[in-house]
Design a binder for this molecule. Structure first.
Ligand code: GMT
Length: 375
């Protein structure tokens, strides 16, 4: 089958998921065409079944705001027609679903029918999408997709609450390539980070306000009162310097490292003892699932889709947003003795296996198959 994938090419979860999906489909013999404005970060190896089409936006001096969505629709039309695509799968509604709608209409006027699958990822609905500046277009273009999927039951429910969606939204949970993330820790790396065998805590995100990275620093400070530990921050974004300043002010700089964006996050997770996710909302929390695949328990908030992956008291703990005291206590409970930690690690890994790439990708194939008779 010839599949077009449209996504954000950056480090965000939706782009990562879309890229991993495309790679998995290509491995299964499908021809996959990525349509994005730059090479997706996880698209870093050669595969004969993968093609990359860059969206170029004219920077004509008249434009204060270059019309990206128009360029995207035009590129979609070009690729779908010339590469004879069977289906277009867009990830993140804004602006991908509306650009796909326009492309679909243009192609229909030329006698070609292209089914469009839209996968909702979270902030495209719960944060940005519901804003008045986008909402009517988001609702309309979601309804015009041939089929809609959401990455968690929670996001499906939220979408129905926020928008007047007249179609069935199917839940297909995000996935992880367990084989890739279940790595042996590199001893030398562990020793550099934790020379005295301290426990290693990790947080990874895009450091946006919704992630509440300040809470991660505060929780770490609580943990440090009882346990010798180190904290690794992975990623970058608007609140990184605030977290750095807090670390300095709280006298924690020697124990906190900011690693920046990491393409090989599995190497970092392999040495982790606890993953912390303090978000105000997560439709799913792909980074937490990746941590679990690396046998790392998760201390997270109890919002959005997080309870669908992190089992309270089993794979980690779920706490109220901003409840630093409880989160600190729960972190200590997981980390304090080796036997308890081992149990949490084993159960986190077992849970991740349920979301393994080999269990989830066939669900997307089955869905595509409903629209194309070409599989
Ligand atoms: O979390 C972000 O800010 C990035 C965002 C994205 O679109 O890349 O992540 C969303 O999609 C991920 C993949 O489906 C989910 O794992 C994240 O939970 C979701 N983020 C939010 O809902 C805040």
């Amino acid at each position: 089958m010839r599949i077009g994938i449209v996504c954000y090419p950056t480090f965000g979860g939706s782009g990562v998921l879309a890229t991993e999906l495309g790679k998995a489909l290509a491995d299964k013999g499908h021809q996959v065409h990525f349509i994005t404005y730059q090479q997706p970060v996880r698209l870093n190896e050669f595969n004969a079944n993968i093609f990359y089409h860059e969206v170029r936006v004219s920077n004509y001096p008249l434009f204060d705001y270059p019309p990206y969505e128009t360029a995207l629709s035009s590129t979609m039309v070009d690729v779908i027609a010339n590469e004879h695509l069977d289906l277009l799968h867009v990830h993140y509604a804004i602006p991908h679903a509306s650009a796909a709608y326009l492309a679909k209409k243009i192609l229909a006027s030329q006698g070609k029918n292209i089914p469009v699958v839209t996968t909702l990822h979270g902030t495209d609905i719960t944060l940005v999408g519901r804003d008045k500046t986008f909402a009517p277009v988001v609702a309309f273009s979601i309804n015009e997709s041939n089929t809609i999927t959401a990455v968690s039951q929670n996001l499906r429910d939220e979408t129905y609450k926020i928008f007047d969606i007249r179609k069935e939204i199917e839940v297909i949970h995000n996935f992880v390539d367990v084989k890739r993330f279940h790595k042996k820790p590199i001893d030398a790396f562990r020793k550099v980070i934790a020379p005295d065998n301290e426990r290693i805590l990790v947080h990874a995100s895009n450091f946006r306000g919704i992630k509440r990275v300040q809470d991660v620093v505060k929780i770490f400070s609580e943990v440090k009162k009882k346990i010798s530990a180190k904290l690794l921050f992975v990623g970058d974004g608007p609140d990184r310097s605030m977290a750095e300043n807090m670390a300095r002010e709280m006298n924690l700089s020697d124990d906190i490292r900011f690693l920046g964006r990491q393409e090989q996050i599995e190497e970092v997770l392999a040495i982790a003892d606890l993953f912390i996710l303090t978000s105000e909302y997560e439709s799913f929390g792909l980074s937490a699932l990746e941590a679990m695949a690396a046998e790392t328990p998760v201390l997270s908030t109890n919002v959005g889709g997080l309870p669908e992956i992190n089992e309270d008291g089993i794979t980690g703990y779920l706490c109220n947003v901003g409840d630093i005291e409880t989160m600190g206590k729960k972190a200590i409970e997981i980390l304090e003795d080796g036997e308890t930690l081992k149990k949490f690690k084993a159960r986190a890994f077992a849970q991740a296996k349920k979301f393994d790439i080999h269990n989830i990708v066939p669900k997307y194939e089955a869905l595509y198959n409903r629209f194309c008779k070409c599989l």
